[in-house]
Design a protein around this ligand. Structure first.
Ligand code: HXC
Length: 259
């Protein structure tokens, strides 16, 4: 992996990489370069079959305090219109492999939106979530109004976006933003364990399962069910499906090859 300025990329276990947001002096605010580095790291692993899952974390104290407000202050409306950032967000959103977030401390604004781009969220019990953009005279700009409403429902989405108030880890779990809560020191370990578990699963099935689940956000039930069925059918043509069934019958561990 190349050396990055605003993130650290490590390979803690075979099949998994970890992206650690690394601007502690700015509470991991998502400056352009940091977002670009995330998008480039993810892109560089799409065709690398040895990498099967990604963990994103900000460390034990803060996930990310949002877009970099100091950078944002430099942009007028035309600058925002011509901004390259939406293309970085699109690349993160379209990443086909599972991304697991380990979130401690603040996940605010763009930080909360980055977390919502991840597929599974493990939160430390010190985590706080919010969309405080309203306090700056703006609104969420990386999917916050859309993904939040689809995840937590109308009333809580309105509450967060209109008031700018934060919610804690338990509330976030109650509303489906987070799947598990741990002590802050353990959230990364738990996310990594999940990533390692997923990395052992048949990669084509993992990929189509992620695609199918995400499609539910943006389509009718009938269209979603059709996609699911087509993916289910497609998987019947894979070697891994034969291997999975054979291993079950023969009472042994499957050896999945991603074929
Ligand atoms: C740039 C930031 C920053 C941010 C913190 N810092 N958040 N710099 N952009 N989003 C910097 C501070 O300026 C300060 O730098 C240093 O980090 C420490 O911040 P403090 O405020 O002193 O820390 P603390 O008291 O621990 O409070 C943490 C905090 C607070 C609650 C996270 O910093 C905060 O409210 N930040 C802004 C949160 C926010 O409004 N997010 C939404 C951004 S808009 P110095 O140099 O003074 O030491 C957004 C739009 C998304 O996300 C649109 C699409 C991407």
């Amino acid at each position: 992996m190349p050396d990055y300025q605003d993130i650290l990329v490590t390979a803690p276990d075979s099949g998994v990489i970890t992206i650690t947001l690394n601007r502690p002096e700015a509470r991991n605010a998502l400056c352009n370069n940091l977002l670009r580095e995330i998008a480039e790291t993810l892109d560089s692993t799409i065709n690398d079959d040895s990498i099967k899952a990604v963990v994103i974390t900000g460390g034990e104290h803060v996930f990310a305090a949002g877009a970099d407000i100091k950078e944002m202050a430099e942009l007028d409306a035309v600058g925002v219109m011509n901004d390259i950032r939406p293309s970085y967000w699109r690349r993160i959103a379209q990443y086909p492999k599972p991304i697991i977030a380990a979130v401690n401390g603040f996940a605010l604004g763009g930080g909360c939106e980055l977390m919502m781009h991840c597929d599974i969220v493990i939160a430390g019990d010190n985590a706080q979530f919010g969309q405080p953009e309203i306090n700056l005279g703006i609104i969420p700009g990386a999917g916050g109004t859309q993904r939040l409403l689809r995840t937590v429902g109308k009333s809580m989405a309105m509450q967060l976006v209109l008031s700018g108030e934060f919610i804690n880890a338990e509330q976030a779990r109650d509303f489906g933003l987070v799947s598990e809560i741990t002590i802050p020191e353990m959230s990364y370990n738990r996310a990594l364990k999940l990533a390692k578990n997923i990395a052992r699963k048949p990669p084509l099935a993992v990929r189509l399962a992620k695609e199918s689940l995400l499609k539910a956000y943006e389509t009718t039930l009938e269209t979603g069910l059709n996609l699911e069925r087509k993916s289910f059918t497609l998987l019947a043509a894979t070697e891994d499906r034969n291997e999975g069934i054979a291993a079950f019958m023969e009472k042994r561990r499957p050896d999945f090859r991603g074929k």
